[in-house]
Design a protein around this ligand. Structure first.
Ligand code: SAM
Length: 437
């Protein structure tokens, strides 16, 4: 099937779903169920819809530049369709302008925007004229505002980035938020190895390569149609896990026979990693307060055929009260805390628009409570790793520093902050290893 109006229509439907509260990946999955698309179509729909979601602010700026009605006053369905057209014109190289116009106008004609198809045509034609004559929207000279428009981020986020890392790194991080995320896999070494898995993928015409510095990570170069249909998935030969997240479980140096608590465990990428690293021969207690997410954890454990992970639904902050026998019980504790997720913005295109400072404040309260209430569950010679997929210092290094300053018997052994960067393919991540002095 040629890439035509149906792929644009599906992309537009994804934008509608996201604006009604769906996460981008849920919206994509739901919409794709209604179409019979091949791998190339899916890659196109993903790029177009996720690109429009990431670049919402930039596309609104352009909408105001080409239309008499400002974007806030456009009917939402029209606003999203204009974004579909504009993103192709401004950010996708290989599509002739004429094809963008005809297919996008066709979406209007085939849906309840029928009465506005002439308007869509006129506005997008105006956009083409302005692009061809290099008549671009004016953007302020202020560096923070420029990054906010060009990289399409809320102004408050750019201000935060600049206060954390300075303007130069903030710009690099902002650019990294708009790149296509990698698909990394962690090999289940209990069942296979790097060489055999690469061979299996190659036999199935899936292009993949080893990830430098990780002895059991590989990254896909092909665009798979559906992750779950890739060879070795059902057999539990691998788990999807970003390369930055893959170095967290090894920080605990997990060993056979140890008692390990994974306090915020679902959907289980780190619990299963811990089980694999201990030869499926440790006592791993995986806790989460979300029943729905624990179901996914259960299915991952079953698929990987791991036996040593016990699941418990609980609020981890209440564990010392719920299970007093857990005090000083664990050799290792992992708190992979709920966080603002700023390190994974490129993977979750909508999250930059739904996050706000109040949410971060609430998360910091919870993170502090998790750390304070769970540390006493550690044995005197144990190790606790606290990790997040964010780059906000108050959720990471500053939180750990305050905790240690208040507890003179605890020391920081190691910490690392990975910042998202345009040249680094993984997510932003933080981890700290702490223990008794
Ligand atoms: C960052 S995710 C964990 C990801 C997981 N460790 C992995 O690697 O797949 C944070 C998890 O914490 C859970 N959570 C949030 N607050 C919690 C609490 N008070 N007690 C237990 N789990 C909590 C969320 O439901 C979410 O699944």
């Amino acid at each position: 099937m040629k890439i035509g109006y149906l792929q644009r229509k599906a992309s537009w439907e994804i934008l509608l779903k996201v604006s009604s509260g769906y996460f981008s990946d849920q919206a994509l999955e739901k919409v794709l169920k209604n179409y019979h698309f091949n791998t190339l179509d899916i890659a196109f729909v993903t790029e177009l819809s996720f690109g429009c979601i990431r670049y919402r602010k930039f596309l609104d700026l352009w909408t105001d530049h080409i239309s008499k009605i400002p974007y806030q006053k456009q009917p939402p369905k029209l606003r999203w369709l204009l974004h579909i057209g504009l993103y192709q014109l401004l950010k996708m190289d290989k599509i002739p302008f004429s094809a963008v116009l005809s297919t996008t106008v066709e979406v209007a004609k085939q849906t309840d925007l029928k009465g506005l198809s002439g308007t869509v045509n006129a506005i997008l034609r105006n956009a083409v004229r302005k692009i061809e004559t290099e008549n671009f929207p004016e953007i302020s000279n202020n560096s923070v505002e420029r990054i906010s428009y060009i990289e399409s981020l809320p102004l408050w986020i750019v201000n935060e980035l600049v206060s954390w890392v300075g303007i130069k790194d903030a710009e690099n991080i902002a650019k990294a938020f708009n790149k296509k995320p990698t698909i990394d896999m962690r090999i289940n070494l209990l069942k296979t190895n790097l060489e055999n898995l690469l061979k299996l993928l190659k036999e199935n015409k899936i292009s993949a390569e080893a990830i430098n510095k990780l002895n059991n990570g590989i990254t896909l170069r092909s665009n798979p149609r559906n992750i779950k249909s890739l060879p070795g998935y059902k057999e539990g030969l691998w788990t999807i896990q970003d390369r930055s997240s893959q170095w967290v479980a090894p920080l605990l140096s997990p060993k056979e026979g140890e008692k390990i608590l994974d306090a915020c465990a679902a959907p289980g990428s780190k619990s299963t990693h811990l089980a694999e690293l201990t030869n499926d021969n440790a006592e791993i207690i995986a806790i989460d307060r979300s029943e729905k997410r624990l179901k996914i954890l259960r299915s991952n454990i079953d698929r990987l055929n791991l036996k040593c992970v016990k699941i418990l639904k609980a609020d981890a902050t209440s564990l010392p009260n719920l299970y007093p026998n857990f005090l000083s019980y664990f050799d290792k504790i992992l708190i992979d805390a709920p966080c603002s997720g700023i390190g994974t913005f490129s993977r979750n295109p909508d999250s930059r628009w739904s996050l706000n400072k109040d949410k971060i404040k609430e998360l910091i309260k919870l993170q502090k409570k998790l750390l304070k209430n769970l540390f006493p569950l550690l044995k005197k010679d144990g190790i606790l790793v606290y990790s997040t997929c964010t780059i906000c210092p108050e959720e990471n290094g500053l939180l750990i520093k305050n905790f240690i300053n208040k507890n003179k018997k605890i020391k920081l052994d190691f910490q690392k902050q990975i910042l998202p960067s345009f040249d680094f393919p993984g997510d932003g991540f933080y981890a700290a290893r702490i223990s008794y002095k």
